[in-house]
Write a protein that binds this ligand. Structure first.
Ligand SMILES: [Zn+2]
Length: 332
């Protein structure tokens, strides 16, 4: 919908576009610090990192494995919650951190109702990420994203993204930076457990979860694999061309580059980009163009086969069969 004040977003200036650099190492050395700065992640990295000591809220066995809910503090004054879902296998566990998009929250990942986690719920669009992981013998750690779900004041009607996004503008932070930092702090905790396979520690998400997954894979060295669904297009052709939630916007991002210049920082780690061919808010034609640039980045990084484009037939949702068949060869 076009609104008063709508601007045609100009072609990206892209000072940190991959093509401006002679090789992958020199590009990454320049681009990664700049992306961290734009996200406000450099500020978060300088915060005191107190040990993450979660509190267990409940734990139960299910036919697919054990699910435990815990609460932890990623930074002072902030509380996050997670489900740790472990298959009936001996550790160390191959693991995916699972991120939902704008919705009532992480309860979707374990296929239960948001107001009562004991009541099963059928989940549309393959968004029951933890169930999909457990069925494949993979542990799932479902993180409630900041300002969404249980971390929103009114999860049923709208996420609480707008106000903190505006406040963040005044202090040089961003919602995406905050969310990536929560993933980083969660990994601090996972590394203390002793039962997580550090060589198979992926992040996956759809929509607003895929967005965090894309940036987390780019910024966080400890993430080893990425599945980003219905979040990859061009920035200009998706969030720059139509209404999206405020939390998607990073000041100065188009001066930095485009989506391939973010996800390219993930190389050489395996990344699966998932799109729906009829997803109107993350258009496939723009995704195709950026994916071709992403392939060039991966070739330059000596990892040509490690980025895969999985396209599902339909709209804005996750495509589990397509995504997993692309990821499992890297993950098993
Ligand atoms: Zn939002």
């Amino acid at each position: 919908m076009r609104m008063n004040g709508f601007k045609e977003v100009p072609e990206a200036v892209g000072k940190f576009a991959f093509e401006n650099y002679p090789d992958y190492p020199s590009w990454r050395a320049a681009a990664l610090p700049e992306l961290k700065r734009l996200l406000g992640f450099d500020r978060l990295e300088r915060l005191e990192r107190k040990p993450v000591v979660p509190e267990s809220l409940w734990k139960r066995r299910t036919p697919l494995g054990t699910i435990e809910k815990l609460r932890f503090s990623p930074e002072e004054g902030e509380e996050a919650c997670i489900y740790i879902c472990l298959p009936e296998l001996p550790p160390p566990y191959k693991t995916f951190i699972c991120l939902q998009g704008h919705s009532t929250g992480m309860h979707n990942s374990i296929a239960v109702e948001w107001q009562d986690e004991t009541v099963p719920k059928a989940i549309e669009g393959d968004r029951d990420f933890a169930i999909g992981c457990l069925k494949r013998g993979i542990a799932a750690v479902c993180l409630e994203q900041r300002y969404m779900g249980e971390r929103s004041s009114d999860p049923e009607h709208h996420p609480a993204c707008l106000l903190p996004t505006l406040q963040n503008l005044m202090i040089g932070r961003t919602a995406i930076g905050d969310r990536v930092y929560d993933v980083d702090r969660l990994i601090d905790y996972l590394y203390t457990r002793g039962d997580i396979d550090r060589t198979r520690l992926g992040v996956m998400g759809n929509s607003g979860g895929g967005t965090t997954g894309m940036f987390a894979g780019a910024v966080l060295d400890r993430i080893t694999h990425v599945i980003a669904s219905c979040s990859f297009s061009s920035f200009r052709g998706s969030i720059g061309s139509m209404f999206h939630c405020a939390c998607n916007y990073v000041p100065g991002l188009l001066e930095y580059g485009e989506s391939a210049d973010v996800v390219g920082l993930t190389a050489p780690k395996p990344v699966v980009i998932v799109n729906g061919d009829a997803d109107e808010i993350f258009p496939l034609d723009e995704a195709d163009r950026q994916f071709r640039r992403l392939e060039a980045v991966y070739r330059a990084a000596g990892a040509a086969g490690n980025c895969v484009h999985a396209v599902g037939g339909g709209g804005h949702r996750f495509y589990a069969a397509e995504a997993w068949s692309a990821m499992l060869p890297f993950f098993q």
